[in-house]
Design a protein around this ligand. Structure first.
Ligand SMILES: Nc1ncnc2c1ncn2[C@@H]1O[C@H](COP(=O)(O)OP(=O)(O)OP(=O)(O)O)[C@@H](O)[C@H]1O
Length: 273
């Protein structure tokens, strides 16, 4: 996977228009509209229950069974809403990759991590077993895992939390997706590991031209990784713009509350939000 072949230009972006999700008659996402331009890093931020995870699940076509999804999600011009499961799953991994909050639960505890990284390489890139194993080592190296050949022979419980999240990022990048959705990807990690994982996301998006959507409740984290953000409150977009502008001059009370929380965290850790 070379940067030259995966770095795309002249794409439309991941365009979300009027996305609405209803579950059992209740509207949990209401007319959500935003765009992740190719190669850019955008955040979705909001308090607990605001609809962040539902947004990322809907983008992946992984909303709960029975949820009614309307509006539009266009992946570089291709409409995803309304596609049949089979067609939809083809875009998962190859078009949009996903990294979850808890790397422990995203991995199969009974399989060596190398086999888990190799699987999407075989699935999305059609590599045979041997080629996939070689590509898995290269990918593990690209996500900053030390001594990748021997590390890939380990089981998930033998790795640190940060190493497990790097494995999950490698799996998400295996299909060379144009976009990556990361839902609270550093929440389970200590602050030093969090900083390194954020650096990794930044490097991958710059090197490979991957557009990234970061879902988080923490504006201080978002300020370190994204330059644009969408603020959700009760399933609606209440504000969006540059992270700097949101921090300096929040217009909606939900944004102001996130800024206050970020400043409180920064005070406690001695940093600046
Ligand atoms: N499987 C489900 N069935 C019904 N309602 C759900 C389901 N999952 C989430 N919801 C509802 O959708 C709304 C948005 O939930 P969501 O998980 O997206 O919030 P969130 O912003 O990610 O919160 P948190 O930060 O706590 O994870 C909530 O009101 C929640 O109760």
């Amino acid at each position: 996977m070379t940067d030259a072949t995966t770095h795309r230009t002249e794409r439309d972006g991941l365009e979300v228009r009027g996305l609405t999700v209803r579950i059992a008659g209740r509207t949990v996402l209401d007319d959500v509209t935003f765009t992740v331009p190719p190669g850019r890093r955008v955040g979705v931020i909001g308090a607990s229950g605001s609809g962040k995870s539902m947004t990322s699940l809907a983008l992946m076509g992984l909303e709960p069974t029975g949820a009614e999804v309307t509006g539009s999600i266009r992946l570089d011009g291709t409409e995803l809403v309304g596609l049949r499961d089979r067609e939809r799953s083809r875009h998962r991994g190859a078009g949009i990759g996903m990294v979850f909050q808890e790397p422990g639960t995203a991995l199969d505890p009974l399989r060596r991590v190398g086999a888990q990284v190799a699987e999407p390489l075989r699935l999305h890139r059609g590599l045979d077993r041997r080629a996939a194993a070689t590509a898995a080592v290269a990918l593990a190296d690209a996500v900053g895992l030390p001594d990748p050949a021997s590390l890939l022979r380990q089981y998930p419980h033998q790795l640190s939390g940060g190493q497990r999240q790097r494995i999950c990022i490698a799996m998400a990048m295996a299909g060379s997706p144009a976009y990556l959705v990361a839902d609270e990807p550093t929440t389970a990690l200590d602050v030093t590991t969090e900083a390194r994982i954020l650096e990794l996301f930044a490097r991958l998006s710059t090197d490979r031209g991957t557009g990234m959507l970061f879902v988080t409740h923490d504006l201080a984290v978002l300020a370190r990784i994204a330059d644009q953000a969408v603020v959700l409150d009760h399933g609606r977009v209440v504000e969006q713009g540059s992270v700097r502008a949101l921090l300096d001059a929040p217009r909606h009370p939900a944004t102001a509350a996130l800024v206050d929380a970020a400043r409180a965290t920064a005070r406690l850790t001695g940093g600046s939000a």
